[in-house]
Design a protein around this ligand. Sequence first.
Ligand code: ZN
Ligand code: ZN
Length: 305
Amino acid sequence: MAGDTDDDTDTERTPAEAFALFSHDLRVAILDALWAADRHALPYAELKRRVGERDSGKFNYHLSQLVGQFVGKDGDAYELLYPGHRVLDAIHSGVLHQSGGVAPVSLDADCRHCGTGLTFTLDGYIGHVGCLACDDTVMAFPFDPGGVSGRTDEAVAVAFDRRTRLFWRFAVAGVCPVCAGVISAGLTAETGPELDSHYATDHPVMLDIDCQQCSFYNYPPAAVVALYHPAVAGWLYDRGIDLRATRAWELDCVVDPTRTTVRSRDPWEIAVTVTTSSERLRATVDGTLSVTALERLPAEPDGHL
Ligand SMILES: [Zn+2]
Ligand SMILES: [Zn+2]
C-alpha cells in the first residue's frame, strides 16, 4: 500500500542526522498537518491531501523518513509521536528562526538605588527587569519569541515572571525544566564580569543551578528558595501577599540584596529576611537549599524593617 515503510527506518540516529531530517519543508508540513488533525492522526490519503503534495513518490519518501521516531503508523493512520510534538514545540517556541521583542514596559516597582521605576525589556531572547537609569539588573532570563504572540507587552512581562519562577522552582527541585535531566543546585558567592549583565550580582549569594545533561544554567537570587517553603508562602498570604499574584520584582527579599546575609560558607548557611510593610520573617537556608529554621522578628525600633 502507498505510504508503507519498512521497519528498518526506526533506527538510532545521531543528533546531527536527526536535525538534518527537517531540512525539507515537506517534513515539517507533515508534522504540522498531523498536529492540526483530530487526535493528531490522519489516514494516508488525507495526510497527503492536507500537505498538498501531489507527487506520491516524493511524499512517500519524505513521510518514510519520519516514520518510526516522529510519526507512528497504526493501520491506515499516521499519528504524531511525542518526539514529533517536541520538534513542533521547538519550532513554535520561535527560538530556532525568530527573534522576539517588546517595547519597554514600566513596572509597578521602583529601583532601590535611585527610585526610578523598574522596566521590563525583551531584547531578542533575554527578558530583563531592572533600572534603565542606573543600569541595575533585578532579574534576567531567556524568554522564547513564541511567548510574545497573542500577548500585550504588559502581559509578556507577567508571563516572563511566571515562567522564570517556574523554571527556577523546577531547578531547585532537581529537575531540569528544559531536558528533564539532573540539576545540581547549590549556593555560590562567586561573581564575575561575565555574569553582571544577566544576574543580580550585587547579592551576597546566589543560587548556582546547572543541568548535568543539557546547557541550562542560571544564577537566581538565593532568596527565592525561602519563598518555596509553604510556611513562608502562608505567612505572606495571611498578610495579604499572594505569591501567585505578586511579581518577583515586587518582593523585597528578591530585589534588595541586604535582605540576604551569609552566616557561614563552610558549610553554607544563609539568612533570608522576608518582609511585609510592618513585619519580618527570617528563614535560615543551608547548602542543600533546605529551609532549616524560621524566626519571626519584631520591627526595628525606628520602624525600619
Ligand atoms: Zn536606578
Ligand atoms: Zn537540562
